[in-house]
Design a protein around this ligand. Structure first.
Ligand code: FES
Ligand code: FES
Length: 188
């Protein structure tokens, strides 16, 4: 699965670390918080989080970055995909504590400040790569990681690279076209 690097979704050590951290909290004081510092969309963030707070929850509920969507909360659908240190990661599968010291980018950090769309977002729009749009932020974040590492990805590579992101609307055909067109528009 492409969304799997340092914090790999299918890597059992991630679950082990997450569960160990969480059980520490539950075995101790559930209300205990921990101070974390990280960069989010280029901005320094300092916060107090519980050991069981997911990165997805932290981004949405503490930072109000609600472009990161929650579809399953069990590391299956990819709607919550963000970048951690430049790689696509399912943020429901990572504790906020694990992201301490990291650089996190959400879909809000991809969109230019002037209100225009990033070339990859524009390609999704132009190619009709979305319908309801629920999966789209996660798709775009995964697509950006994919094309950064495979700028001339074949259709098969795109399909394989996005296999951790589910879309219930589009049938994927136009998403695949959008990713290829987005890579070209980015000059890759
Ligand atoms: S909400 Fe994270 S993978 Fe579905
Ligand atoms: S556009 Fe609706 S889930 Fe993908």
């Amino acid at each position: 699965m492409h969304n799997e690097q340092e914090l790999r979704c299918g890597d059992s050590s991630v679950y082990d670390r997450r569960d160990a951290l969480a059980s520490d909290a539950i075995g101790g004081d559930e209300k205990m918080t921990h101070k974390i510092q990280l960069q989010v969309n280029g901005r320094a963030v300092s916060a107090e989080v519980s050991a069981t707070t997911l990165l997805s929850t932290f981004l949405r509920e503490e930072l109000r970055l609600t472009g990161t969507h929650i579809g399953c909360d069990t590391a299956q659908c990819g709607a919550c995909t963000v970048h951690v240190n430049g790689r696509a990661v399912k943020s429901c599968n990572v504790l906020a504590l694990q992201a301490a010291g990291s650089e996190v980018t959400t879909i809000e950090g991809v969109t230019p400040d002037d209100g225009t769309l990033h070339p990859m977002q524009e390609a999704f729009r132009a190619c009709h790569g979305l319908q309801c749009g629920y999966c789209t932020p996660g798709m775009v974040m995964s697509a950006l990681d994919l094309v950064a590492h495979h700028p001339h990805a074949t259709e098969a590579q795109i399909r394989s690279g996005l296999d951790g992101n589910f879309c219930r609307c589009t049938g994927y055909q136009n998403i695949v076209k959008a990713v290829a067109q987005g890579a070209k528009a980015m000059g890759l």
